[in-house]
Design a protein around this ligand. Structure first.
Ligand SMILES: Nc1nc2c(ncn2[C@@H]2O[C@H](COP(=O)(O)OP(=O)(O)OP(=O)(O)O)[C@@H](O)[C@H]2O)c(=O)[nH]1
Ligand SMILES: [Mg+2]
Length: 329
């Protein structure tokens, strides 16, 4: 049975009052591809925009199986106990391929699933990453308007997803494990520059000595990078998400970071830059869709593809001519 469509007023009042069911429906709305939903979604975002921005946005990334879900469950419970309202979202580049999705099974977060101060949202399925990421950004805004002051955005460390999560959060936490022997190589190129903290999970499975050695290696490796614009160093911690050991130090360090970046104005500058980036990315997305989903242009693109294949025209010339054709539409 189709559900009755909520009005703009019902949606915004529901979100602002912290109604979880309505927040869920509002997120479904911003995730929708339908034109009429996009219009309502834009109106809703406009309504709630003045009530956004007052959370700390924390990205969590790491290879499959390192314990991200378990960490979020344990650390999330720790934060809720200290008075936080926590929303958990996901950017999942693998859902399209695997058909599954991270956070797909809420029961994996046993501690959080029944907490009144936790909101867990499975990752949006389908669509390409750019679109999904943009919707997650809007979902963050909705959660903030609903009163969540801590937002976790989880992603599996593959592909472009870390970059997307970095661009919508205030802090990127990289979760890894000891014992694989190649932890340093395990941190992909490019990731080191992005992360704000490394947490070695499953510390309960490793000898203290090898843990200390790994920590030292990581600190040394991180030390080789130039100072971050945030002026904060990247700290390394160990924890056991299963046993709940180590959360206290991680939290203290995040609080220190927050205090520092708010006083040196990196926090605001970064958020401003992110907003501008999202505007430009949305525009690029629209421009691309305008060209590539346009019934009038598609046959022309096909025609030029043929010319390029037959060597009758260089790819650059073809692109230039197509652009000229489309430019004044
Ligand atoms: N011993 C131990 N096991 C852990 C710890 N954290 C997670 N695990 C186990 O590691 C396995 C994977 O944990 P998940 O939390 O599902 O890992 P994930 O990173 O979310 O995995 P994906 O969602 O598949 O990327 C599970 O069997 C957990 O019980 C820990 O601190 N200690
Ligand atoms: Mg997981």
């Amino acid at each position: 049975m189709a559900r009755i469509r909520l009005t703009l007023n019902e949606l915004s009042a529901g979100v602002l009052s912290g109604d979880k069911a309505i927040l869920g429906r509002a997120i479904t709305l911003v995730e929708s591809q339908k034109d009429e939903d996009r219009i309502l979604a834009s109106e809703l975002i406009r309504e709630i925009l003045p009530f956004t921005g007052k959370s700390f946005r924390l990205g969590i990334t790491g290879s499959p199986g390192v314990g991200k879900s378990t960490f979020i469950d344990g650390f999330g419970e720790f934060l809720i106990k200290s008075g936080k309202k926590l929303a958990i979202l996901a950017v999942d580049p693998t859902s399209k391929i695997s058909g599954g999705s991270i956070l797909g099974d809420k029961t994996r977060m046993e501690k959080l699933v029944n907490q009144s101060n936790a909101f867990i949202r499975p990752s949006p399925a389908g669509d390409e990453l750019g679109g999904v990421a943009q919707k997650t950004f809007e979902s963050i805004l909705l959660c903030e308007a609903a009163g969540y002051d801590m937002i976790f955005v989880e992603t599996v460390g593959v592909g472009q997803s870390e970059t997307s999560v970095k661009e919508m959060t205030d802090f990127l936490l990289f979760l890894t494990i000891a014992g694989a022997g190649d932890e340093l190589q395990g941190i992909k190129r490019g990731i080191m520059e992005m992360i704000d903290m490394v947490v070695i999970n499953k510390a309960d499975l490793v000898e203290a000595e090898s843990l200390a050695k790994l920590k030292g290696n990581l600190i040394y490796a991180l030390h080789l990078f130039p100072e971050k614009t945030s002026q904060c160093s990247v700290n390394v911690f160990a924890c056991s998400s299963l046993k709940g050991d180590g959360f206290e130090d991680i939290w203290k360090s995040i609080l220190n970071y927050e205090e520092k970046v708010k006083s040196n104005s990196f926090f605001d500058n970064n958020r401003n830059q992110q907003k501008v980036n999202w505007m430009n990315r949305s525009l690029q997305y629209k421009v691309l869709n305008f060209f590539y989903q346009n019934a009038e242009f598609l046959p022309k693109i096909k025609k030029y593809e043929e010319l390029v294949i037959q060597n009758s025209m260089s790819p650059i010339d073809a692109a230039n001519q197509l652009f000229e054709l489309m430019k004044f539409k």
